[in-house]
Design a protein around this ligand. Sequence first.
Ligand code: NDP
Length: 298
Amino acid sequence: MEPVLTLADLDSWSFEGTALAVLGHPIKHSISPLMHNAALARMAVTEAKFSSWRYFRFDVPPDDLPNALERLHAAGFFGLNLTVPHKVLAFDLINRVDPAAMPIGAVNTLRRTVSGWEGFNTDGYGLATAVDETLRIGITDTPVILLGAGGAARGAAVECLQRGCRSLSVANRTAANREALLQQVAAVAPEIPLHGFNPAAPPHDLPEKALVINATSAGLHVDDPLPIEISALPPPAGVYDMIYNPAETKLLAAARSQGIPSANGLSMLVHQGVRALEIWSGATVPVEAMATAVADAK
Ligand code: NDP
């Protein structure tokens, strides 16, 4: 695994190949370097130039992000991934934002330009591809019940609306955050029914056969409460939990015990990474190599 670097390591930076990196705080849990370096090694078998590409990881506290983006650009880095807490912060620090990422207000992938960075958000693509791959559910024309109103939920909401979901119902325990999300995404697809509700009291008119997406962080810790009682919903078509560690949250265990198809967030992690590497390399990315690397890391 790549060591955890800090900005101080740039004082004596001498890597001559094409450098990529993930920035986060904390970052020591990140398996992105494993995943990307596995893909690059595979890509190098058929295209030699990729043997000089390498993906690093940097611990960057939020206050240091502006300085980090400048210094990594000056040091010649070609691409960056951003994770907690940088996705929203970076949005206002870069030169150009991909139009599809504008309504999200957050970026997770930066590509070098001559004068700075251009930003993309590949989380939504990762989610939609993962849901299709693991649950065989296409978002287009499917009713979606989205749990959460933080950064990941905002990205998921925009993706679902951009892909033409049949309806979007957003459940979040804090009403103010729920309302803020609904307001932020309202203009993305005004023709699609969009509602919010309190997960402790789901309304009776929720759609049947919905795709339930957990974008809350409830489930990261063993003593976290369920983000929603699935049995209080009309029978869903499937449950996708963005959390991948633990591999089975209480929500996924409940879905399994009720016979509802379900999957964890590992496939989303892989596919957001695939799209990022496609953006940087312009090449076909070996999805299997990345999926195997993250599965082995668990
Ligand atoms: P944020 O901190 O921005 O949002 C957290 C959300 O979780 C809020 O809606 C919050 O509700 C809710 N929440 C937190 N604790 C509880 C609880 N005990 N009960 C009910 N709701 C709770 O986090 P992110 O949006 O960045 O991330 C959310 C999750 O998605 C994380 O678990 C993250 O690991 C995962 N993720 C996975 C990815 C992948 O590739 N698989 C990619 C990105 C994220 P409230 O507003 O009420 O505080």
